[in-house]
Design a binder for this molecule. Structure first.
Ligand code: KIV
Length: 256
């Protein structure tokens, strides 16, 4: 709970830095710089090549989270509840408890607003911290389109953010929403908003680690690639293959 309070306390003071990661080695590096590390169900598309995050199972999330847990010493660790694991309060509670027990994470993340209000309330009543997720919802949206162009949609997302706050979430991810809408939501709720494709007006920012380092070949408007790791890997593997073929590696130094 101390870690959760620290995140909430950052609102209007300092930006919250967050990344999605799926393994121990990566988590152990980014833990030095992140306030929140999310084991996102984006791993379905990023790592497994699935068409949607709907194919991600609870077991996959748990195994990746166990790996990530080993790399984290200080950041708050959040785990996505995958599709069809929180269809009603009873199912959500059973699966959230399982995630927390097996992965020792600090909180879970669920997608949606009004539809999951009772579910979120049930988890929080049972002392399970919840992060909300509004805007583009990869588990239910069929097309990749940013949100908040129509008044009806804007009003609904604002209402949903207020409902999630009322239910007791400690923060809300805003994914791919129009700039002024992100600003309004951020100004109108007391818990921090964490944006991805949601402008500089959110209280924090999240990206998928593989996108940030340029490992994922996909290009999205909301991603800035801070490195081109695909090139670095190519260069390293090219050198390795040349040295193996020329019998330069393994050398005496690498042999017993
Ligand atoms: O699955 C994920 O990685 C996420 C973030 C992109 C917010 O939900």
């Amino acid at each position: 709970m101390r870690k959760i309070k620290k995140i909430i306390f950052k609102k209007n003071k300092t930006k919250i830095v967050s990344l999605s990661a799926y393994s121990k080695n990566v988590a152990s590096i980014i833990d030095n710089y992140c306030d929140i590390i999310l084991v996102g169900d984006s791993l379905g598309s990023v790592l497994y090549g699935y068409k949607s995050t709907r194919q991600v199972s609870l077991d996959m999330m748990i195994e990746h989270s166990k790996s990530v847990r080993m790399g984290i010493k200080k950041a708050l660790m959040v785990v996505d509840m995958p599709y069809n694991t929180y269809r009603n309060p009873k199912e959500a509670l059973k699966n959230a408890k399982k995630i927390i027990l097996k992965t020792k994470c600090d909180a879970v993340k669920l997608e949606g607003g009004k539809k999951i209000y009772q579910i979120v309330k049930t988890l929080i009543k049972n002392k399970i911290p919840v992060m909300g997720h509004l805007g583009l919802l990869p588990q239910s949206d069929k097309t990749f389109k940013y949100k908040g162009t129509k008044k009806i949609e804007r009003d609904r997302i604002i209402k949903d953010s207020q409902l999630l706050e009322k239910a007791g979430v400690f923060s809300i991810v805003l994914e791919c929403i129009e700039t002024s809408l992100a600003k309004i939501i951020t100004q109108n709720i007391k818990v921090p908003t964490i944006g991805i494709g949601a402008s500089k007006y959110c209280d924090g920012q999240i990206l998928v680690f593989d996108d940030l380092i340029g490992l994922n070949p996909m290009n999205y408007k909301f991603v800035k690639k801070y490195a081109n790791i695909r090139n670095e890997i190519s260069k390293a593997v090219l050198n390795y293959s040349k040295e193996v073929r020329k019998i330069k590696f393994p050398s005496k130094k690498n042999s017993y």
